[in-house]
Write a protein that binds this ligand. Structure first.
Ligand code: FPP
Length: 246
């Protein structure tokens, strides 16, 4: 069995990103509405934050709502938004106590006012915290993020703030929602789907990918430790040969 103490002896990802998937199917298996899956997924979020903290992971990014999720039935969207507000309200003290900073990426301004207000409040209250940055991807889509970045850069070129010759990876990175986060080291997707679904396409260039059959509401500490173990057993070469690494 993997223990946190054992794993801490090895390489820990600085930035862990998770595509939390399978809430709907988990609920359906139990003859319940999809919302029941989301409600139970909240406990998995709590668990993932806690375990990541214990492992010393500095950046945890969760795909909570994609730009495509706006196409879901209104009832499900409304429930997800209410769940988000309630969870933020409930967890703010715990986040603060554990020195965790809340961050958000995506078209945040397209969220309902009550969500935006609660989100801003928690982000403001935890702004100075340093142990971990917990980023919620909300109304997030990677292509939208890249398009906005390119638009902003094009506008700076037009206004002679940037010369086209100077556009490099750093400048592109600086215009992404994730400008203050490092690249992703490990990306986990639950529920057996092997897709990236428009999540952090630029930022996962060299990430290790880990897929598990476990549905998100069942994802607990043991599952996260298993993913970290798998990460530790891999060799990250960043395009170099194995001999160059060792
Ligand atoms: C994917 O499962 C999950 C989501 C779209 C939402 C995730 C939200 C939560 C876990 C709750 C609130 C979040 C926070 C940060 C407190 P799915 O609905 O796509 O499942 P399916 O693939 O089985 O249909």
């Amino acid at each position: 069995m993997n223990t946190i103490e054992d794993l801490k002896e090895g390489r820990i990802p600085a930035h862990l990103a998770i595509i939390m998937d399978g809430n709907g199917r988990w609920a359906k298996q139990r003859g319940k509405l999809r919302v029941f899956g989301h409600e139970n997924g909240v406990q998995s979020v709590r668990d993932a934050v806690e375990t990541s903290g214990k492992l010393g992971i500095k950046y945890l990014t969760l795909y909570a709502f994609s730009t495509e999720n706006w196409n879901r039935p209104k009832l499900e969207i409304d429930s997800l938004m209410s769940l988000l507000v309630a969870s933020l309200r409930k967890e703010v003290k715990t986040l603060h106590k554990n020195n965790i900073r809340l961050n958000a990426i995506g078209r945040i301004d397209s969220l309902p006012r009550k969500v935006l207000r609660q989100l801003n409040e928690v982000m403001e209250q935890t702004r100075q915290n340093t142990a971990m940055t917990l980023t919620l991807a909300l109304s997030y889509g990677s292509r939208e993020e890249l398009t906005s970045a390119f638009k902003a850069i094009a506008s700076k070129v037009k206004n002679n703030i940037i010369s086209p010759d100077n556009i490099d990876e750093t400048i592109i990175n600086d215009h992404l929602y994730t400008h203050n986060l490092p690249d992703v080291d490990l990306l986990i997707r639950t529920s057996g789907e092997h897709r990236i679904s428009n999540f952090l396409l630029w930022q996962i260039a060299y990430a290790e990918l880990y897929f598990t059959e476990t549905f998100w509401p069942d994802f607990r500490e043991e599952h996260l430790l298993e993913a970290i173990k798998s990460y530790q057993n891999r060799e990250r070469r960043f395009g170099k040969t194995s001999e160059q690494i060792h």
